[in-house]
Each structure stands twice: as C-alpha cells, then as structure tokens.
Design a protein around this ligand. Structure first.
Ligand code: MIC
Ligand code: SF4
Length: 641
C-alpha cells in the first residue's frame, strides 16, 4: 500500500508514535516561523527554556502584525525580537519585508520539510509541498529548542480537483466552495491533501491561497504535491536547489475524498460573520459597499495584485468606496513598482498600505459604522475589523476590484475576457531586509533589548487535588480566539503585557468579564462546540490563566486552542453528554473533586454542583505526554522538570 503526501512527510519526520489515525505522533521540525504579535511571548518562553541557539534548519522571526506605531510598545517589541533573533540563531525579517506566510513561501519554504509557525495560517506553505502547521508560541519555542511537535495523527482527506477554473473565478473561490461544503468545523482532525489533474493549472501562490484558508476549516494542515509547477516557482525565486519532487503514490490510500470540477465553480463570497457563511453573488445581491481591502496572507501575491492593477488601469475608484491595497511582501511591492502596475493602482485612487497584515488584524482601515467592507482576507469574525457593526465579506481579488469600481458587490464575469497574468520567469528577489543571526562565537556577548511594556508572563502551578470554582462565563458555539483575546490597534500593542491585555479578555462577549473573573479568583468557562476556533494566539489561554480560570468545559474544542490550554495548565474538559451544556448556568459554583488523580489515572471525571446535588460527567482525552503537562501545570513546568 503506497503513501499519500502527508504520510510521506510524516513518516520521514516521525520521532515517536505510529502513523495510526487518532494516536499521538511526535514530529521532528525542520523550520519555524513566528510573527511579532505572538513572537514576543514565544521568545520569552524560548528564553525561559535556557537554550542558547535554535536547533532547527531555519527559524525566521517576522515583523508584520503590529506595525502601527502609535506608541513605543510595538517598536520596542520589534527591537526585542530582533535582538533575540540575532543572539539565538534566528533570521529576522524586518518590518516592511512582508507578511510572514507570503515571504516564507517566496524565500524559505522547502518541499518535503516540516514547519511550525506561531500563527494559524502557517499551512500557507503547504502550497509548496511542506507539512506546515500552526501552533501556539510555546510549541514554536519548543520546536526551536529542538523538541518534537506532537499532534494526533489526522485523517487525510483527498481533495480531487479536475478541469480548469473559468475566467474571473480564482483560487479563493475554490477554498470558499470547500468552506461552504465542510464548514468551519469540517477540517478538524484532518489534513486536506490536494491532487488530481486540476492542480496542474494552479500556480504555487494560488495553491497557497487554498492551503492558507484551510485554517478556517479547522484542519491540522493542507498540502499540495511538489511537482513541475513547484519547481517552476522555486526556479523563478532563484531557489531551484530547494526543490524535491513529492507526489502521492499511485496506490496511496485516503480516509475520504471530495471531488471538485474547477470549471463548475463560480465567484463566491463569505458573508458576515463567518468564513463558512458562503453564498453566490446572485444570492447576496448587488449590495452597496463602503470599503474594499485587498491584501493579507491569503490574497496578496504578484498574480493577485497584477489582476487588480490591470482592472484599475485608467479608471477611478467609485466615489463612495474607500479602496486600500497592501502588497503581501516587499518582493511583490517592488515588482509592482518596477513594472508600473503600482502607478496604475495609485492613479485609480487606491490607498497603498505597507506590506503587512494591516486591516486584516484591525490595524487600521476599520470601516465606518455599519460599513459594508469587501475584503480578500480569510476571517470576518464580528468586530475583527475594529468596527463592531461592520459587515465584512470575504472574497477574491477579482470580485473586490470590480466592486471597488462599481460601488456595489459585482460579479467580475461582467468584465469580459480576463487579463492573462504570466508567472514571471524570475521574481525580483533581494533578501536585504532579512538580517542573519550573529555568529555563534559572538552570541553570548549580545544583550537582549527589553522595553518597559514587556512584562513577565503567568506560569501555572501544578494541578491541585480539588478545584472549587465559579462559572464566570457561559458562551455559545464557535467562540473564536478573537472573542477571547481580541485584536485591533488598541489591544495588539499589549501582546507582551499579559496583565494589561487581560483587561480585554472576552470583552466582545461581556465587557464585565475581566472584573468578574478577578473577583471570583477561581473560575470556569462553559462553551459550546468548536470553542477557540481561529487564531493560534496563546493569549487566549494566558489571559484566562492570569484571570484565574482553571478549566474550560465545552461541547468541543478547536485544535490549536486546546493545545494552548494544556500547555498553560488550564484543563480542557468536554461534556460526555452534550445536553448537559444546557443545565449549567453562569454564576453557579461547582467542584471538581479528585481532579488530579482522575487526570493521572485516566478515571471518569465528574463536576458537582454542591447546592443542587447535580453532577455531570466530563471527558478529558489526553496522551501520556498531555497528562504529564497538565499535571505539571503546563509545558514549561513539564519541560523544566
Ligand atoms: C490572525 O489572523 O488572527 C493572526 C493575528 O494572524 C493570529 C495570530 C495572532 O493572534 O497573533 C493567527 O492567525 O494565529
Ligand atoms: Fe496576518 Fe491576517 Fe494573515 Fe493573520 S490572517 S497572518 S493577521 S494577514
């Protein structure tokens, strides 16, 4: 029996466990990436581990999220990360060099290798044939220190593409179609592996748009083969030597298959407020729009922005629309400048932003009240844009640009023949904004530069025998990390300061939560299904920890967030009977007696309500390793002991 691509990469990196679905496996990690919003914590944790130099083949620290410098905080964090990188053997991609996933795809990713990134869209590099997984900062820190990364062996779902996309339908429509079919929970516990004749017509950046948004399916990761198309891309990046062919065996076996005829797809959009709320443009109608934002790690490649510039050339953005464009990387930006496309964008009235995440993470361009914003991004959770009542639609650059001209949601197929954008034979590559680490002999003498906003992070204590705690919050299904630890220009500068950022914890759901949790001292949170979906931000565990949360009890968890909870010693519990969710009210006091022993010996777990006498059975599925981490009060304690 042959191997699929996922199994090939996993088997060549397996350091513990067996490739049996549902069992824990440990993987050797070749590369890591961090970005600045999760990076400061990750590097503080790396420092706490006491490892002098990273043990990976390549680790890169990107500055791309917190680049709006309205005070000293972000700039201080950049300096801190730069100094850690220099000392500890990490390449440092300076602000202005681009969004981590776009730059990593262009300059550093390698087929057949493993990559852990402290950002949930790390699977973007799957477009190159890497096994690239998003994780919390602490997991990234451990990987930098040479530790394995542990996952539950996922199912591998084959996405079999046939045919060819029609004019004005693009990679974004492929992934939106899959989101519509599978939902934001549909990828949980799965790797999506792409194959079939249809992939031959998709360039690496187009493939990367698709693997990028696999994160929105909750998938462990997504991967394309490394084939002739991959080689062409790497050659054009001046990196042909990084190519290895990686194809699924003819007799490879999959756990399921989804067939998609590319020619049958039409332009789609994800409606407010979820990436899987996908509809066709005719279903939505020609709604009037206020804003268009083009960019993000999903859709800001050379190909995407060239289409946009061709459509805008010689035209003017609709008077009621505000159009902003952020090229994904310095490479893309530079090429648009060199070939004149940038002049077409500027000439049409686009507001050109620097090569960063920008509006995608609420760092500027928040829409006006009730504003309708069309974005080529990957997340449209309520409030993420910085405007609570904004209506954000996720869609392709093709739909975005034509709508920016008409002032209403418009089907790009009305534009006639689509311009052909050839992939350049040679991309303009110049890594002058990537600082290499200091020589090992000099490293010890280098000082780390710490600003006053960098505060110590909370570390849990070992699991107690019994927990008495109050249900300080009850929330519903699909709670995102943007609810738990919101982003945006006001909050992001506090990412290195857990006491300060904790004041925003859960405030999109309940502004009084931080105060109530602090008063209770020992708290529980009750949630529905897919609790913690979205980002990899560890702050969604660190802030609750700081506020005294001992356990989260819900119907189901999203993968990265659950791991972040375990890594910080917060117990992730699920209801044995989902119906018990209804029975627990906010405000009641509950008891988890003998919890330490139950976790240690894998015994049934019950939570009691001493007042009513009711009790509910809970589950906490853990590997041997997970058990140790939780008992120790988190990964750092466990690594130290
Ligand atoms: C996001 O898209 O939500 C982010 C910001 O990139 C996060 C990371 C973070 O919160 O810093 C992610 O996707 O993991
Ligand atoms: Fe940045 Fe947005 Fe991509 Fe997150 S999803 S890495 S915020 S561009």
């Amino acid at each position: 029996m042959g191997f699929n691509i996922a199994q090939k990469i996993i088997s060549s990196h397996l350091v513990s466990g067996e490739m049996v679905k549902g069992k824990e496996i440990g993987l050797k990690i070749d590369q890591t990436l961090t970005q600045d919003a999760t990076g400061t914590m990750a590097y503080l944790q790396f420092e706490a581990m006491g490892v002098a130099r990273v043990k990976t083949e390549r680790s890169v620290a990107y500055i791309d999220h917190n680049t709006l410098q309205t005070g000293f905080e972000n700039a201080d964090d950049h300096r801190f990360i730069g100094s850690v990188a220099k000392k500890h053997g990490i390449w440092f991609s300076r602000p202005g060099n681009g969004i981590c996933h776009q730059v990593h795809l262009e300059r550093f990713g390698k087929p057949g290798k493993t990559l852990i990134g402290s950002d949930s869209h790390t699977p973007t590099a799957g477009g190159l044939g890497m096994l690239a997984i998003g994780a919390g900062g602490l997991d990234a820190a451990v990987a930098m220190g040479g530790g394995a990364y542990y996952i539950t062996m996922p199912e591998v779902l084959k996405i079999n593409l046939s045919g060819k996309l029609s004019d004005w339908v693009s990679a974004k429509d492929v992934i939106l179609y899959i989101l519509k079919k599978l939902s934001v929970k549909g990828g949980v516990g799965k790797i999506l592996e792409y194959g079939g004749e249809g992939i031959k017509s998709l360039s690496v950046p187009e493939r990367a748009t698709i693997t990028n948004m696999g994160a929105e399916l909750g998938a462990t990761t997504s991967v394309f083969p490394a084939d002739d198309i991959t080689l062409e891309f790497l050659k054009a990046q001046g990196r042909a030597e990084d190519f290895v062919e990686l194809l699924a065996d003819n007799d490879a076996v999959y756990d399921g298959q989804l067939d998609i005829e590319l020619g049958e797809l039409i332009p789609l959009a994800a409606c407010p407020h979820s990436p899987d709320n996908v509809k066709s443009l005719s279903e939505i109608g020609e709604i009037k729009i206020d804003q268009v934002c083009i960019g993000s790690c999903t859709n800001s490649s050379y190909r995407d922005l060239m289409i946009v510039s061709k459509v805008l050339k010689g035209k003017t953005v609709h008077p009621d629309v505000d159009l902003s464009i952020a090229p994904g990387s310095k490479q893309v930006f530079n090429m648009l400048a060199a070939n004149g496309a940038l002049a077409d964008l500027i000439g049409a009235g686009a507001r050109i932003l620097e090569s960063t995440c920008g509006p995608c993470i609420g760092m500027g361009q928040s829409p006006g009240s009730r504003g309708v914003s069309l974005r080529t991004f990957n997340r449209n959770f309520e409030g993420r844009s910085g405007t609570k009542d904004a209506q954000v639609y996720l869609l392709s650059p093709e739909i975005a640009v034509v709508s920016a001209l008409t002032g209403k949601l418009t089907d790009p197929r009305t534009l006639g023949t689509m311009p052909v954008i050839e992939q350049p034979k040679a991309f303009l590559h110049n890594d002058n904004m990537v600082t290499s680490p200091a020589d090992e002999s000099l490293a010890a003498s280098l000082e780390i530069q710490r600003g006053p906003n960098i505060k110590p992070f909370p570390i849990n204590s070992p699991l107690p025998d019994d927990i008495k705690a109050c249900v300080v919050l009850k929330v519903g299904d699909n709670i995102t990390t943007d609810h738990i630890a919101p982003a945006g220009a006001k909050v992001l500068p506090l990412r290195s300061n857990i006491p300060a950022i904790s004041e925003f914890c859960f405030t999109p759901c309940d502004p009084l939560f931080p105060e109530r949790a602090k008063q209770a001292k020992s708290g529980l949170i009750i949630g529905g299904t897919n609790y913690g979906q979205g980002s990899s931000r560890e702050h969604a565990a660190l802030c609750p920890l700081y506020l005294g949360i001992k356990a989260i009890i819900c119907v189901s968890f999203a993968r990265i967030h659950r791991q972040n909870l375990i890594n910080n010693g917060i117990i992730p519990l699920v209801f044995k009977n989902a119906a018990d969710y209804e029975k627990i009210e906010q405000g009641v006091s509950l008891e988890l007696n003998g919890i330490k022993q139950a976790i240690k010996e894998n015994l049934p777990i019950f939570i009691n309500n001493p007042e009513s006498g009711e009790k509910y059975e809970l589950l906490c599925e853990l590997s041997e390793r997970g058990r140790k981490i939780l008992l120790a009060g988190g990964l750092l304690n466990s690594v130290k002991s």
